[in-house]
Design a protein around this ligand. Structure first.
Ligand code: C2E
Ligand code: MG
Ligand code: MG
Ligand code: MG
Length: 272
């Protein structure tokens, strides 16, 4: 009867939750192992000058490819944040990126940092230790953070940023324009660069989208903050963005994320 089938549904639902919980625990275990074994590694995507097309820097993007197939960073970063693994993962990515980029002359290195990492009171000291150990010039490093940093304990984040900025490290506000944006934060936190989200770049092709992009770029200009456009896939987008004052471009048009060796081959041939 209805009651029984109701109970049946509940049992099924609980069973499904149990499987989910089980799978999540399994994924956490696998990720923990993978981080320890150095199987979560960075690839690098070029950032180029919008006018000349010459290489300005690279963004490190974490990759994890377990035997069952690749898992997107959006998923495993969020798992790492919830499982208390993000500090360790973030440190490994920073270490590996700095090591790879050490020999890349004076180009910049951008590394994504979770807001969760930035709330850890040890964060600034860890970054300093990694830079010192590999004698990496802090002026070459940009840390990319999303506006999630504003959500809880922004004071701690601000302190860490101020300390690292005093050493020369730069900060970029990532994915600008896809959240409930943060005009105040750009100034208050002392961001050195704004990265406009791919969604803004995509909507360039319609009139309203272009209007939003123009307004965003005027804002950046008023604040005297340089702008990188993300997710640039076509030459039309590249031209429009350069014309409107973005000084750096990033996207499949310029280059997909690639192995360190390929960065050297494609962009730094002269160094070899
Ligand atoms: P993000 O920092 O905004 O990175 C840009 C994302 O856009 C990357 O996705 C990149 O592969 C993708 N992308 C670049 N150009 C294009 C394009 O022309 N078209 C399209 N469709 N996509 C493009 P990915 O590598 O999957 O990373 C996703 C997000 O995961 C990153 O977004 C970042 O928020 C996070 N993430 C990646 N690595 C790390 C890390 O080491 N630490 C932390 N905390 N987060 C990371
Ligand atoms: Mg980024
Ligand atoms: Mg981004
Ligand atoms: Mg993004």
């Amino acid at each position: 009867d209805a009651k029984e089938s109701g109970r049946g549904r509940v049992v099924k639902y609980l069973a499904a939750l149990d499987i989910q919980r089980h799978q999540r625990a399994e994924l956490e275990d696998k990720l923990r192992q993978a981080i320890e074994n150095g199987e979560v590694r960075p690839v690098f995507q070029p950032l180029v000058d919008a006018k000349t097309g010459s290489l300005r820097g690279v963004e490190a993007l974490a990759r994890w490819v377990p035997e069952t197939g690749p898992i997107t960073p959006e998923v495993f970063i969020s798992v790492a944040e919830k499982a208390g693994l993000i500090d360790q993962l973030g440190r490994k990515i920073l270490e590996a990126s700095v090591e790879a980029a050490s020999s890349w002359n004076d180009i910049g290195l951008s590394v994504n940092i979770s807001p969760v990492q930035l709330r850890n009171p040890d964060f600034a000291a860890v970054v300093e230790a990694v830079l010192e150990k590999s004698e990496f010039d802090p002026n070459r490093l940009t840390l990319e953070i999303t506006e999630g940093v504003l959500m809880s304990n922004p004071e701690q984040a601000k302190r860490a940023m101020a300390r690292l900025k005093a050493n020369g490290v730069k900060f970029a506000l990532d994915d600008f324009g896809c959240g409930y944006a943060s005009i105040g934060a750009l100034r208050e936190f002392g961001f050195d660069r704004m990265k406009i989200d791919r969604s803004l770049v995509v909507s360039l092709s319609d009139e309203k989208g272009a209007g939003v992009l123009n307004a965003t770029l005027s804002l950046a200009k008023a604040l005297d903050i340089p702008v990188t456009a993300e997710g640039v896939e076509t030459q039309e987008q590249a031209d429009a963005l350069a014309e409107r004052g973005c000084d750096q471009l990033q996207g499949y048009l310029v280059g997909k994320p690639m192995e360190a060796k390929q960065v050297e081959k494609v962009f730094l041939r002269t160094a070899a």
